[in-house]
Design a protein. Structure first.
Ligand code: ADP
Ligand code: MG
Length: 261
């Protein structure tokens, strides 16, 4: 059996420049993986390529998810299949409320989804009543005020609110594999804890998470079973949770030296 998400020899170019240079990674539902890497190592490139952002060209390799190589599959279809990306820099959507945005996204994701492990039936939209109930529950989980739902998406949100909004989306969409790109950046310690607790609450045997981060800090709250170090477009080391601590202590230069690059 291959993993739920299986990335094989992935090469990705941005504006004609190769950023990812043969990356292999396997993630199963129920697992938390962390990718750590210095700035510019290609972490966001990996996240964007996984979601199918058109600026990130896969020149070689495969991404297997749900029994198919999704390299040519458009982003919205990847989302429907159960992939989710929490952006490092979420965009605002003026004029669209959080509630409307989430309901539209949920209907798009679930309407087309096969009756899955989450027990929800396919077809049809979610009723407004059901939606509100679920939104309230998930917002409570993330310690968000319900009034937040009426605000425009990310418009004037603080850094912490934007990241909470990303996790709220994840909570509502119930993906099978979620990629969190530097969800810790710009968060103070309280916001970091709330966001992390939210992710931990959402963890289940049906969800696999890839936490992308520059710093070890978030891994004090979201505990990965697997840690991978990305340097210059390649995973140069993989290990258990201890690897993150060792990296924090010794720095990326240690990895570069050990790796001989
Ligand atoms: N949309 C883009 N346009 C131009 N260059 C990009 C773009 N995205 C990434 N890059 C380049 O790819 C390299 C890796 O960037 P990125 O994946 O964002 O690294 P990280 O997230 O690890 O900091 C950098 O040199 C960056 O300038
Ligand atoms: Mg990045």
């Amino acid at each position: 059996m291959s993993a739920d998400l299986s990335i094989k020899n992935l090469h990705v170019s941005v504006e004609g420049q190769e950023i990812l240079k043969g990356l292999d990674l396997e993630i199963n539902r129920g697992e938390i993986h962390a990718i750590m890497g210095p700035n510019g190592s290609g972490k966001s490139t990996l996240a964007n390529a996984l979601m199918g952002h058109p600026a990130y060209e896969v020149t070689e390799g495969e991404i297997w998810f749900k029994g198919q190589n999704i390299v040519e599959v458009p982003p919205d279809e990847r989302a429907r299949l159960g992939l989710f990306l929490a952006f490092q820099y979420p965009s605002s959507v003026p004029g669209v409320s959080v509630a409307n945005f989430l309901r539209t996204a949920m209907n798009a994701r679930r309407g087309n989804a096969k009756a899955g492990s989450n027990g929800k039936s396919p077809g049809g939209g979610i009723s407004l009543r059901e939606f509100r109930k679920e939104l309230k529950e998930k917002m409570a989980l993330l310690k968000m005020d319900f009034g937040f739902a009426q605000r425009y998406v990310n418009e004037g949100f603080s850094g912490g609110e934007k990241k909470r909004m990303e996790i709220l989306q994840m909570a509502m969409l119930e993906p099978e594999i979620a990629v969190l790109d530097e969800t810790d950046s710009g968060l103070d310690i309280d916001a970091l804890r709330i966001v992390s607790e939210g992710v931990n609450e959402l963890m289940s045997p049906n969800l696999g998470v890839l936490v992308i981060t520059h710093y070890q800090r978030i891994l004090n709250y979201i505990k990965p079973q697997y840690v991978h170090i990305l340097v210059a477009g390649r995973i140069v080391m993989s290990g258990g949770p201890d690897l993150a601590l060792e990296l924090e202590e010794r720095g990326y230069d240690w990895v570069r030296e050990t790796e001989g690059s």
